[in-house]
Write a protein that binds this ligand. Structure first.
Ligand code: HEC
Ligand code: HEC
Length: 160
């Protein structure tokens, strides 16, 4: 009975809304697979609207049910969403930012504030779209894509 109550509470808590996905990746996956974005782009693909492993030819969601003893359903759903977004993102961050910054997640944690869904430099207080005109050397198109993916990552990090 107690077990069932705990299970119900866990289910009510939903898909771990407050979980930092990038910390989950770094803690559970990164040691073997490196950066999530690099792994997604090199090892995964979208086929028939499904996120698939290139080597195994299997859907990632299925694979993770048994991989390393299995991950929880909310973790799998969250990881699949993150990896799917990464497969579909061009590696703009790598091209323009990761010579100096470790990862998008790190930039957000160390350098960015989010207010009303908009990103601002922590030091300058400047709107990131403005800041990047003079920082990082990306053209307008790339800047747009970088802001878009940083906004998505901020969401994944539950970064406020
Ligand atoms: C202890 C090392 C290790 C950890 C930790 C690990 N993996 Fe893996 N993973 C592997 C290896 C090695 C493979 C290659 C296939 C195999 O031998 O199982 C693999 C394969 C995969 C595949 C299949 C790729 C394909 O081509 O089908 C996916 C997807 C995957 N891992 C995702 C994850 C995710 C997400 C996590 C964290 C939640 C994770 N892995 C944690 C070692 C690891
Ligand atoms: C040549 C190295 C270099 C490159 C390339 C670079 N950065 Fe930076 N970035 C830095 C340094 C150093 C700082 C901190 C000190 C400073 O403000 O100059 C910084 C600060 C920042 C800040 C904090 C701004 C603030 O107001 O606090 C953000 C956000 C940022 N970088 C994002 C990016 C993004 C996104 C890219 C890619 C488009 C990028 N950086 C490319 C070196 C770099």
């Amino acid at each position: 009975m107690i077990g069932r109550c705990v299970l119900l509470l866990v289910m009510l808590a939903g898909p771990a809304a407050a979980e930092d996905l990038h910390a989950l990746w770094d803690g559970q996956c990164g040691a073997c697979h490196g950066h999530a974005g690099d792994f997604a782009r090199s090892s995964l693909e979208i086929r028939n609207d499904q996120l698939m492993g290139k080597a195994s030819g299997r859907p990632v969601a299925e694979y993770l049910v048994v991989h390393n003893g299995g991950y929880s359903a909310p973790q799998i759903a969250a990881l699949r969403a993150m990896l799917t977004a990464q497969v579909q993102t061009t590696p703009e961050f790598q091209a323009h930012c990761d010579g100096c910054h470790d990862s998008a997640a790190q930039v957000l944690r160390d350098w960015v504030l989010v207010r009303d869904g908009h990103l601002f430099g922590r030091q300058s207080g400047q709107d990131l779209e403005q800041f990047l005109i003079r920082h990082g050397g990306a053209d307008a198109d790339s800047r747009g894509r970088i802001i878009q993916s940083l906004t998505r990552v901020a969401d994944e990090l539950n970064h406020r």
